[in-house]
Design a protein around this ligand. Structure first.
Ligand code: THU
Length: 142
């Protein structure tokens, strides 16, 4: 099984742990780090709806807090919907903090369809302050 297949498998296993009692929309995500490790997340909802958090952001927070990784090479997202569902805008921005424009975003629907995009396909103009840890642009001035 290659890295991409493993990533999808891990995202699929995370969907089953989704806490989505309000929307009924279960999502699982898995991120592949530049060191070859995989971290997963699922959406976690709350009775105060606005506090709910998406699977992608949970996976990234797990990555950062578990091993301190700073680079995502690919992310897989599986949703309980027929067609593949791409990450919301907030999650794309969150991904962009830790990914290059060519980062692979693979999305799967429960119908079996698979869609491949890059981060720059979905978020061509990410907001940045130019202060990323490994960035050359450190001045912070416009
Ligand atoms: N959701 C995600 O987990 N990822 C996304 O990119 C979009 C939406 C979740 C949040 C909420 O629990 C449910 O899907 C319905 O919006």
């Amino acid at each position: 099984m290659n890295d991409m297949q493993k990533l999808v498998e891990r995202a699929l296993s995370a969907v089953a742990r989704s806490y989505s009692v309000y929307s009924g929309f279960a999502v699982g995500a898995a991120v592949l780090t530049d060191t070859g490790e995989i971290y997963v997340g699922t959406n976690v909802e709350n009775a105060s709806y606005g506090l709910s958090i998406c699977a992608e952001r949970v996976a990234i927070c797990n990555m950062v807090s578990a091993c301190g990784a700073r680079r995502i090479m690919a992310i897989a997202i599986v949703a309980s919907k027929d067609n593949p569902v791409v990450p919301c805008g907030a999650c794309l921005q969150f991904i962009s903090e830790f990914a290059e424009p060519g980062c692979i975003i693979v999305t799967l629907g429960s119908g079996g369809d698979v869609k491949y995009d890059t981060l720059s396909d979905l978020l061509p103009n990410a907001f940045t302050l130019g202060k990323r840890e490994d960035s050359d642009e450190r001045s912070g001035t416009p």
